[in-house]
Structures are given as C-alpha cells and as structure tokens.
Write a protein that binds this ligand. Structure first.
Ligand SMILES: CC(C)(COP(=O)(O)OP(=O)(O)OC[C@H]1O[C@@H](n2cnc3c(N)ncnc32)[C@H](O)[C@@H]1OP(=O)(O)O)[C@@H](O)C(=O)NCCC(=O)NCCS
Length: 191
C-alpha cells in the first residue's frame, strides 16, 4: 500500500526540497522553464512568457491539497535560489509503481544537485511512501539524465524508439530506467 503524505519538505546537505509558491513563478521562468537548453529534453516546450509559468504554478498549487501530489521546488541552502524542480507522478494503485521527473536550471548543471535531489526523492518514495518501483525515461540524446539515474542505483531496462514527440515536433528515442524498492533497500544495507 502506498502511504501518501503530500509534498513534505526534504533536506539534503546542500538543498531544501519544498513546495513551490506563487512568488517563485519568476524564478521558475528565468531559471529553467523559459530555457530551451533545459526544456528541449522534456515533452513540453519552453515557456515564452512568465504568464504561462504563473498559470502552471497555479495549477500545481491547486494540487497540493491532495495527499497524492508530490512536487518539490529545489532550493539551494547557500543562496536561497530556486534552481529546479522534481516530482513523483503517475502513481498506479494496481502496481504501486510511479515515475520520477526533474529539471535543474542550466546555470547549476554538473554540480551534483540533480543527483542529490533525485537521491532524496527516491529515498522518500521507497522509505516513507512504500512505492514498489520508481521509473524514469530520458531522451537518448540527453545522457546526463541517465547518468544521475545510474548514480542513484536505477538500472536501464531498455530503449524505446520514438517514445515521445517533443514540442519541436521531433521524435525521440528514450532509455527507460527503473529501481525496485527491494533492490533499493538491499543497496542501502550494503552502504
Ligand atoms: C539531467 C539534469 C537534471 C542533471 O542535473 P545536474 O544537476 O547537472 O546533475 P549532476 O550534476 O548531479 O550530474 C550530472 C552528471 O551527468 C554527467 N554529464 C553531463 N553531461 C554529460 C554528457 N553529455 N554525457 C555524459 N554524461 C554527462 C556529469 O558529468 C555528471 O556526472 P558525474 O557527477 O559523474 O561527473 C539536468 O541536466 C537537467 O535538468 N537537464 C534538462 C532537463 C532534463 O533532462 N530532465 C530529465 C528528463 S528525463
């Protein structure tokens, strides 16, 4: 059984993972949602105006009332800047599986923040929510995403041709990754 507890604040060495707020909209737009370098790797394209981001943030805020909604803004402890977002989604009651998605602003890439946030959310999903399996898929032309999945113990299960078509109408092959709760817990015992 999945134990839903909404989006509680999670803390790592350098990050606070917290609910986003309406006042974050400008930072979200500036730091990643308006940036093709980030958004070209996702299905939905970059926002052209902050008003689009405000609508998206309002949509997210409306969902925080439900316990089944897990969407964190990623804040740097050192500066208080909001540098990205990460979420657990597509909870399936039959299998108790879900997916994870994430974005980090370009300015903060390759500093270990993506790995740190993903590790915290995976731990929360398995230890607190009792998720059975967490999956994710990345475009094969976006290897950094696969790298952070492997760094937290996820394994590639295959590649699906033309799994998505992005906002620029380009089909992308995707590498599909997953991690079972039982394997995660064994891995933790070995650490
Ligand atoms: C994927 C993403 C979240 C990674 O965030 P990040 O904070 O840069 O991640 P980290 O710094 O923790 O790790 C990145 C790793 O990828 C590696 N990497 C970067 N570019 C790479 C490339 N072209 N090929 C292979 N590895 C690469 C880095 O060296 C690093 O590994 P290392 O720590 O072993 O050196 C970030 O690039 C991003 O937001 N991309 C756009 C959105 C996206 O792809 N979301 C996921 C969709 S599935």
């Amino acid at each position: 059984m999945i134990y839903y507890s909404g989006t509680p604040t999670l803390e790592t060495d350098r990050l606070v993972l917290r609910k986003i707020e309406l006042s974050d909209a400008q930072a979200i737009f500036d730091h990643w949602l308006s940036d093709d370098r980030v958004m070209d790797n996702l299905i939905k394209g970059a926002h052209k105006s902050v008003s689009e981001t405000i609508e998206r943030v309002k949509e997210i805020l409306g969902k925080y009332d439900t316990q089944e909604f897990c969407y964190w803004g990623i804040e740097l402890k050192a500066s208080g800047e909001l540098i990205g977002a990460i979420d657990l989604f597509n909870f399936d009651s039959m299998t108790e599986n879900c997916e994870v998605g994430y974005s980090i602003g370009y300015k903060w890439w390759n500093k270990g923040y993506g790995t740190e946030a993903l590790r915290a959310v995976i731990e929360f999903g398995f230890r607190h929510m009792n998720i059975h399996k967490i999956s994710a898929a990345h475009n094969t032309d976006n290897p950094a995403s696969g790298k952070i999945m492997r760094k937290v113990g996820m394994e590639q299960e295959g590649t699906l041709k033309h799994m998505i078509r992005n906002a620029k109408n380009l089909y992308k092959d995707c590498a599909v990754y997953g991690l079972l709760q039982e394997d995660y817990l064994k891995m933790e015992l070995l650490d």
